[in-house]
Design a protein around this ligand. Structure first.
Ligand SMILES: [Zn+2]
Length: 437
C-alpha cells in the first residue's frame, strides 16, 4: 500500500484545525479523567465506555459496545465494557485502528492534587491515568475530527476503540476484541495504540515475559528435632541462592540490540514477585518444619532469547539441585508467557508516523521498545495484524506515579502527528474549499 502524498497546504490546514479544536479536546480529556475507571477492580467501565462512545457517535462513527461476555472477570458488579467506533470512507480498506485503554491503576499514596480533579496548572493536566493513557484517547479522537473540520475526508476506514483491563493483562479488552474479530487481519491494516511514548517517540514492541511458580516440598517434623524432617524452606533458599548469585549475574550480561527505553531494560532480568512457606505469619505458631514453600518469579526475556531456552534454564537449575540432593522435591508451574513482539521499522506504518513526527517536531522520532508488555501482544498474536505500534502524548515516566500529569501541549502536538498519519495512510481528499485557505 503506497501512502498518498498530501500537499503541505492540506497538512497545514489540518494542523491549524487541531489547534482550533484544542480547547474542546482538553475539556473532553478532563471529563474523561474525572471518571475513576480504576483497575483493579474495574470501576465505572460502563460510564467510561459511554463517555467515549457518545463522543465517537457525535463525530460520525458507528459505535458498538462490546462486553466481555463469557469471561470470569465480566461480572454484574464490575462489567468489562469496551467501545468501538467505525467510520468508513469511500472504501473499507485500508483501515487504521486507534486503540487506547481507559482503565487506570489505583491512585496510591502521595498525591498532592485530586487524582480525579483534572486540574491544569503550568501547562500540566493532572490526574490518575492522564498520561497512561487517557490523553492518547483524546488525541486520536480529536485528531480525526480535526481532519473533518478542516474540510478533508479520509478515503479509507478509521476505527477507534476504548478498551479495558490493559493494566491487568487486557484479556477482557484488546484480546477480547481481537478474539471476537473486531480487530483482525481481514479488516485491519494498521493499529496505533495510544500508550504514552513522550510525544516524539514511536514504540515498536516489547520484551517477553515468563511468570512461573516454583513449589518445594519437604517433610513435616517437630521444630525441636528438625533433623527428623526436611525443610521445604531450605530447598527454596537453595533455589533462590542460585537465582540471585548465579542466574542474575548471567542475565545481566545478555543485552538486546532492540532499543528498549529506558536503556537499563536492555538486559534480561528476573524478579522474585513473592516468597511464601511454612506457617502463615498471622496464625498461631507451632514448632514445625515447613513441608511446603513457594515463590513466584517474573523473568523478562529479550527477542534474542528463545522462550524454550529461557524456560529450560530454570528447569535445569532445579534439576541440578535435585541431582545434588535426593531430598530436593519440587514442581514448577507456568503462570504466564508473553512472547516479545517487534514491528518491522521499514513498514508503512512506522515510516509514515516517523514522517509525521518529523514534520511536527523537526526531527525523526526515536524508535524504541518497551520494557513491559502492553496490548500490542494481542494485536500481533491474536489479531495477526503485524503493523502495530504505540504512539501517544503521555509521559512514560509519569505512568502509575502520584501526581501523574501530561503536558497539554503534548496532547495537541500528538494529535497533529496522528492526523497527518491517518491522512497519509488512508488517503484524503478535500471536500470543501476550507483547506485551501
Ligand atoms: Zn497503559
Amino acid at each position: 500500500m503506497v501512502a498518498q502524498e498530501l500537499s503541505s497546504k492540506v497538512q497545514d490546514a489540518v494542523c491549524r484545525s487541531v489547534e482550533e479544536i484544542g480547547q474542546e479536546m482538553i475539556s473532553f480529556l478532563q471529563d474523561l479523567v474525572r471518571i475513576p475507571t480504576v483497575n483493579p477492580p474495574g470501576e465505572n467501565y460502563i460510564a467510561g465506555a459511554d463517555f467515549i462512545g457518545s463522543k465517537l457517535k457525535q463525530f460520525g462513527y458507528d459505535t458498538h459496545y462490546i462486553a466481555a461476555e463469557g469471561l470470569a472477570e465480566h461480572t454484574p458488579k464490575y462489567p468489562r465494557m469496551n467501545v468501538l467506533g467505525r467510520m468508513e470512507g469511500s472504501t473499507p480498506r485500508p483501515s487504521l485502528h486507534f486503540n487506547g485503554h481507559f482503565d487506570v491503576v489505583p491512585v496510591g499514596d502521595g498525591w498532592t492534587v485530586d487524582p480525579f480533579g483534572a486540574m491544569i496548572r503550568d501547562g500540566k493536566l493532572y490526574g490518575r491515568g492522564v498520561s497512561d493513557q487517557k490523553a492518547g484517547i483524546a488525541a486520536s479522537i480529536f485528531a480525526v475530527e480535526a481532519i473533518r473540520r478542516a474540510g478533508v475526508r479520509l478515503l479509507g476506514t478509521v476505527e477507534q476503540s476504548g478498551s479495558v483491563d490493559e493494566e491487568s493483562g487486557g484479556f477482557a479488552g484488546v484480546a477480547f476484541l481481537a478474539k471476537q474479530g473486531w480487530i483482525g487481519q481481514d479488516k485491519t491494516d494498521y493499529v496505533i495504540i495510544t500508550e504514552p511514548t513522550n510525544v516524539d517517540r514511536v514504540c515498536l514492541g516489547h520484551r517477553g515475559v515468563y511468570w512461573f511458580k516454583v513449589t518445594t516440598h519437604g517433610r513435616i517434623a517437630h521444630g525441636s528435632m528438625p533433623y527428623l524432617g526436611v525443610s521445604a524452606i531450605d530447598h527454596m533458599t537453595d533455589f533462590l541462592h542460585g537465582v540471585t548469585h548465579e542466574l542474575k549475574p548471567q542475565l545481566a550480561t545478555r543485552q538486546t540490540a532492540v532499543p528498549v527505553e529506558p536503556p537499563g531494560s536492555r538486559y534480561a532480568s528476573i524478579n522474585v514477585n513473592s516468597v511464601f512457606g511454612g506457617q502463615p505469619e498471622d496464625g498461631t505458631q507451632t514448632p514445625c518444619v515447613a513441608d511446603r514453600s513457594g515463590a513466584i518469579f517474573d523473568r523478562r526475556f529479550l527477542s534474542e532469547e528463545s522462550f524454550e531456552d529461557v524456560r529450560g534454564e530454570i528447569h535445569a537449575m532445579l534439576a541440578d539441585l535435585e541431582a545434588k540432593n535426593p531430598e530436593f522435591k519440587y514442581n514448577i508451574e507456568d503462570l504466564m508467557v508473553v512472547h516479545p513482539v517487534h514491528t518491522d521499522e521499514s513498514c508503512d506504518l512506522v515510516q509514515t508516523i516517523s514522517g509525521s513526527v518529523e514534520k511536527i517536531f523537526g526531527r525523526k522520532p526515536k524508535l524504541t521498545a518497551s520494557p513491559g508488555t502492553y496490548d500490542q501482544k494481542h494485536v500481533v498474536r491474536i489479531a495477526s495484524v503485524s503493523q502495530c505500534i504505540a504512539y501517544g502524548p503521555g509521559i512514560l515516566a509519569q505512568a502509575h506515579l502520584p501526581d501523574e500529569y501530561c503536558m497539554v501541549e503534548d496532547v495537541i502536538q500528538s494529535a497533529k502527528v496522528m492526523a497527518l498519519t491517518a491522512m497519509q495512510l488512508l488517503g484524503a481528499e478535500e471536500t470543501s474549499s476550507r483547506a485551501a485557505r
